[in-house]
Design a protein around this ligand. Structure first.
Ligand code: AMP
Ligand code: MG
Length: 329
């Protein structure tokens, strides 16, 4: 088979990225630029402005870095959803521009499924349950009965957004997850917080309110609150991931999403897998967080759906994994 090259664009939230991958699964480039703040969370329109500012340069650098000429690209892919609409639009427009300019077909990609596929490619797991914990998303996903199904998910905020919101309340900037993690490493005393698991789902809204009240009461050290937050919410995530593994009789757990960079969450995932005689697969941080490489690789997998009739292609900010027709596995 001819060597196929796909350029993928990621822009669901804070990160604008362009990645290039070939059909053997070789990563040729992974260039991204991430919007951050000193104080406060992601403002969708500011993130959009950020993406507009950096997009052309990121794409050029990705092509340059891959040591290819633009006309060697066979296919363009972009994150179609789920995500923040103003951000998704920028990625789609840039992808369409490239598709027209290079006269190459375009395919829209589901961001959550891309996390699972890149994990399978790079860690060599075969049929995992994906614990996907990112800023906006918190889901337990597995391929069952011909579709990627969501077995459990958050009923309100994504875990990352929850951590970011708590960090913001403590006066820390975005992203807050790493800052909470640093504080947590200095905490020693476990403070009881609400533990909210409903069947296979989790919820963080009540825990956030409780944490804000505890912070404002000034009765607790912020290090102890951060420590207790991690212990509590990560245990919730591991509980629902384990239940999905039992339900699907799967022996592999794959981690995905920026929150899974957290070493304590990784440790809990490994312990759970060991106890049930399963394997835990953890990709490198640079593909746990939002990245364009996974969008490019998913483009290769879904090349049969790529088209040059791009006028009717649109973003899908609320797309669900089980909406996707799977013809590549
Ligand atoms: P993503 O949307 O997948 O790129 O992930 C971004 C989210 O991951 C943000 O909410 C970050 O606060 C969170 N995050 C990144 N690193 C860590 C970490 N070490 N611990 C906890 N959360 C993290
Ligand atoms: Mg993501």
């Amino acid at each position: 088979m001819k060597n196929l090259i796909c350029l993928g664009i990621e822009s669901t939230a804070h990160t604008f990225g362009a990645g290039i991958v070939n059909n053997k699964g070789k990563v040729l480039s992974n260039i991204k630029d991430t919007y951050t703040t000193e104080k406060g969370g992601i403002h969708p329109n500011e993130a959009k402005e950020h993406h507009l500012k950096v997009a052309d340069e990121v794409i050029l650098e990705a092509i340059d870095n891959a040591k290819i000429k633009a006309n060697e690209i066979d296919l363009i892919s972009f994150s179609q959803g789920p995500g923040l609409a103003p951000c998704l639009v920028v990625g789609m427009q840039k992808a369409k521009e490239l598709s027209r300019k290079l006269k190459k077909p375009l395919v829209g990609i589901n961001h959550c499924i891309a996390h699972l596929s890149i994990g399978e490619l790079l860690t060599k797991c075969k049929n995992p349950v994906l614990l996907y914990v990112s800023g906006a998303n918190t889901q337990v996903i597995a391929y069952e009965g011909g579709k990627y199904r969501i077995f459990g998910e958050t009923l309100d905020n994504g875990c990352g957004n929850f951590l970011d919101a708590f960090a913001r309340h403590l006066g820390l900037g975005f992203p807050g997850g790493p800052k909470i993690s640093e504080l947590a490493s200095k905490g020693k005393n476990f403070i009881e917080l609400p533990y909210v698991v409903k069947g296979m789902d989790v919820s963080f809204g009540g825990i956030l309110t409780n944490l804000k009240q505890k912070t404002d009461s000034k009765k607790y050290k912020k290090e102890d609150l951060a420590f207790s937050t991690q212990e509590t919410v990560f245990a919730m995530l591991i509980e629902v991931a384990e239940r999905a593994m039992a339900h699907c009789s799967k022996k592999e757990l794959l981690l995905g999403g920026g929150v899974c960079c957290n070493k304590r969450l990784q440790e809990m995932a490994k312990i759970m897998c060991k106890e049930r005689n399963a394997e835990c697969f953890i990709p490198e941080n640079q593909v746990l967080v939002d990245n364009p490489v996974m969008i490019a690789w998913q483009g290769i997998l879904e090349k049969n759906k790529a088209t040059k009739k791009i006028e009717n292609i649109d973003i899908k900010p609320r797309e669900r994994t089980d909406d996707i027709k799977v013809d590549w596995r």
